[in-house]
Design a protein around this ligand. Structure first.
Ligand SMILES: N[C@@H](CCC(=O)NCCCC(=O)O)C(=O)O
Length: 267
């Protein structure tokens, strides 16, 4: 009996390596590059890949060197907003910014998409992907007729803040739409912890899922040769228990292994 392709790849070449962008934090006057452990655990235990961090502040050349040894990139969620200067947004979004993170994520998106490296964005990561490809953001996506609240109740314990909250419906045939259909019958419930959201969708993106109130919840990059997609909710929180989260992280992991196998086979 022959081993599955991924098992053979791990034995012969080691695990696929995924770079994770970090957030800049200043605590008591000291700067840190941070990443929430839950994202790293979802990559290790559900996607089955080896995460390493991509620190902010690298030059474009260093980022290229860094991505040249990676098989995937994860753009995590973050409390900070994408700088409105990048999409002509209102000053209301100036509250918390992380310009280092913007620069690193935008450069990583461009390099990953032009080199066929699998890319997955979560929450802020989806917003970054949309802006990097020319789309815009709304500063308060919950405002407007027939909109439900998309932000979390901060008075609740963390697991309840990340509990399933509203329904989404799959649309089209992109990576996330396929994951939704494989794991559930539509509609499926997802959590929601964001204030911003997609206003104008970038031309290069296709909608994979929408909330029942019309808000775009998942996108795929049109014509990408590999997994290149993002979600507005947080599949990492219950990455091992929730069937849709498992499906998404496995699909991303498989794309990273396919990339590793394809690049290692090149002379
Ligand atoms: N600031 C943006 C992005 C929201 C976001 O990514 N939240 C995640 C919080 C922390 C985490 O779980 O990683 C917005 O408000 O829309």
């Amino acid at each position: 009996m022959t081993e599955p392709k991924i098992v053979t790849a791990v034995v012969e070449r080691g695990p696929a390596i995924v770079g994770v962008v970090t957030d800049r934090r200043t605590v008591e006057g000291v700067d840190y590059e941070t990443v929430r452990v839950r994202y790293l655990e979802a990559l290790r235990f559900t996607a089955g890949v080896l995460p390493i961090v991509i620190p902010g502040g690298l030059t474009d050349q260093d980022l290229r060197t860094c991505l040249s040894v990676l098989n995937g990139v994860l753009l995590t969620g973050a409390e900070s907003n994408v700088s409105p200067s990048l999409y002509g947004g209102p000053e209301a979004c100036l509250k918390t910014l992380d310009l280092d993170r913007d620069r690193t994520s935008f450069a990583a998106i461009k390099i990953a998409l032009s080199s066929g490296i699998p890319l997955f964005g979560i929450c802020r990561g989806l917003q970054e992907l949309n802006v990097a490809l020319g789309g815009t953001l709304s500063s308060n996506i919950s405002e407007g007729e027939c909109r439900i609240s998309h932000s979390e109740d901060l008075s609740l314990p963390r697991d309840l803040q990340y509990a399933p909250s509203h329904a989404i419906l799959a649309e089209g045939h992109g990576h996330i739409a396929q994951c939704i259909r494989r794991s559930h019958k539509d509609p499926v419930l997802v959590n929601t912890l964001h204030r911003q959201g997609i206003a104008r969708l970038a031309d290069g993106l296709a909608v994979d899922a929408r909330c029942v109130d019309g808000v775009i919840e998942a996108v795929s990059v049109k014509d990408a040769p590999t997994f290149a997609a993002a979600v507005q909710w947080h599949p990492e929180w219950f990455h091992a228990e929730d069937p849709l989260s498992v499906e998404i992280f496995r699909a991303f992991g498989e794309a990273c292994y396919s990339h590793m196998i394809a690049t290692k086979l090149q002379p």
